[in-house]
Design a protein around this ligand. Structure first.
Ligand SMILES: [Zn+2]
Length: 234
């Protein structure tokens, strides 16, 4: 799919596109048919929720492009999305398994099962994280599962039991969102007719993954600790 304009068309809920799946919401909600069962895009995005952190850390930005793959009509779901992401990250990107960690929503036993049986990642490298829930306003939402890059034990808190989202040691670079629920006007939520799946990562993330950790380890620059925030996540 071509990147949609940064200023959304036909979506009065926001001034700017902030996620790769945002222009695809009509497909997820069944308002229109996607052009293909499986979609991929490189979407221009603008986020201002964490603008105060831009320049203070090496992992915040306002404008970026987000790579993503999507199955808005339910062509695949967790059982395919997780192995697909793993293949892309480890084979296509060539990222070493021992430097990768995974987080899942605390309620998502299915994702845990898939990660630990369909990929070689060790079970002790899969952590349950309450922040692993994703949605845009009244659009589709659901539990998500993130892949994190280990920048090394000498980055961040230094604790041997450090886990993703604790400090700067781990950087989230890929998020699988299992969009299965449509928020209702009231607290109860209703299931989407067709579970959809989206996955994506921020294009600028490979920079922080490769450079700052090395810089830190070489001792040529200070490393600023910063508490992670919700806006970190896709
Ligand atoms: Zn830590």
């Amino acid at each position: 799919m071509p990147s949609a304009p940064l200023v959304p068309h036909g979506d009065p809920s926001t001034l700017f596109i902030s996620a790769g799946m945002q222009p695809l919401q009509p497909y997820y909600l069944g308002f229109s048919q996607p052009p293909a069962p499986r979609l991929a895009s490189c979407q221009k995005c603008l986020r201002t929720g964490d603008i105060e952190e831009v320049g203070r850390t090496d992992r915040h930005a306002t404008f970026f492009e987000m790579l993503g793959n999507f199955a808005p009509a339910g062509d695949y779901f967790k059982e395919t999305a997780i192995p697909l992401a793993w293949e892309l990250v480890t084979r296509s990107f060539g990222m070493p398994v021992e430097r990768l960690r995974v987080t899942i929503h605390p309620s998502d036993d299915q994702a845990y099962e898939i990660w630990t049986t369909k990929t070689p990642i060790p079970a002790e490298h899969v952590t349950r994280l309450g922040d692993n829930w994703w949605g845009l306003g009244r659009g589709p939402c659901g539990p998500d599962s993130e892949i994190w890059w280990d920048r090394g034990p000498d980055v961040g808190c230094g604790r041997p039991d450090c886990v993703p989202d604790h400090c700067d040691r781990f950087t989230e670079f890929w998020n699988l969102v299992f969009s299965a629920i449509r928020p209702a006007r009231r607290p109860e939520r209703t299931a989407l007719d067709r579970g959809g799946d989206q996955a994506g990562h921020r294009r600028w993330r490979p920079g922080p993954i490769e450079a700052p950790g090395d810089r830190h380890r070489n001792g040529s620059g200070p490393h600023q600790l910063h508490p992670p925030g919700q806006d970190e996540h896709l």
